[in-house]
Write a protein that binds this ligand. Structure first.
Ligand SMILES: [Zn+2]
Ligand SMILES: [Zn+2]
Length: 247
């Protein structure tokens, strides 16, 4: 297989730079589109090889296209990540110091919560202990919208979670920064925020909601994969990727 980066690779990378993150279906369609545009042979099942070729070129720039799972739907995503600055300093060209402080506080709330979420009220209250210039309520609302737009946070009914892109990019930072608090999924071994927890106090393993759905699918009596206690939580449905239609 050719390890040379061609026009099709460059086009793929340009789209990744513009979007930051793309789901697996979108990445497959984009791969095909890039190969067709530049009349290069396309092996649809070799997407990961295609991306490896790009990653080889990105290495000296400390960038990488990395794959990870969405905690919402369990689908795989590809994100273009910065490997050196995988903490919030990465965002300092786009956000002021006090905005970054509030983002960090939001992250503290999310990591420290049971369900991986922070409500807008909790975020507003957390500004009381800010050390940088305090933000007004309207400024906070505006900032939270921007963080969602820039794909650092996701929002559903006034509750904020870390976005898939943020988790893929900042996993090393989160693991280092929140060593004692961070949860790790027993099934896929990546960091977990929105997850179910075994209620056996001597066990207490965590499993992402989509990993729960896949692991227990078709099992009549759900039992913890570690301690074999009954798994008392509601088992979510496995969510199928959307049909492969061209957007
Ligand atoms: Zn998992
Ligand atoms: Zn258990």
């Amino acid at each position: 297989m050719s390890r040379q980066m061609g026009d099709s690779h460059r086009r793929f990378l340009q789209t990744m730079m513009a979007n930051g993150i793309i789901d697996e279906q979108g990445a497959k369609a984009l791969h095909q589109h890039c190969c067709e545009t530049h009349n290069t042979q396309c092996a649809p099942d070799r997407l990961d090889d295609f991306i490896d070729t790009i990653n080889l070129k990105l290495q000296p720039m400390f960038m990488q296209i990395r794959k990870g799972m969405s905690e919402d739907n369990g689908h795989q995503y590809y994100a273009l990540v910065n490997m050196v600055e995988n903490d919030v300093t990465r965002m300092s060209s786009d956000y002021a110091d006090n905005e970054l402080e509030l983002f960090k506080k939001t992250m503290d709330l999310i990591v420290g919560s049971e369900d991986g979420k922070a409500s807008s009220t909790d975020i507003l209250n957390s500004t009381d202990s800010m050390t940088t210039k305090k933000l007004k309520k309207s400024e906070i609302e505006h900032l939270l919208n921007r963080l969602v737009q820039d794909k650092w946070l996701s929002e559903k009914r006034g509750e904020y979670t870390l976005s898939t892109r943020c988790i893929i990019e900042m996993e090393p930072y989160i693991r280092a920064m929140y060593q004692d608090q961070v949860k790790v999924c027993h099934i896929c071994h990546t960091v977990a925020f929105q997850c179910q927890i075994c209620e056996n106090p001597t066990c207490g393993i965590k499993i992402h909601n989509p990993c729960v759905a896949r692991y227990f699918k078709g099992r009549t009596e759900p039992r913890c994969p570690a301690c074999e206690d009954f798994w008392p939580h509601e088992i979510p449905e496995v969510r199928r990727p959307r049909s492969q239609s061209r957007r």
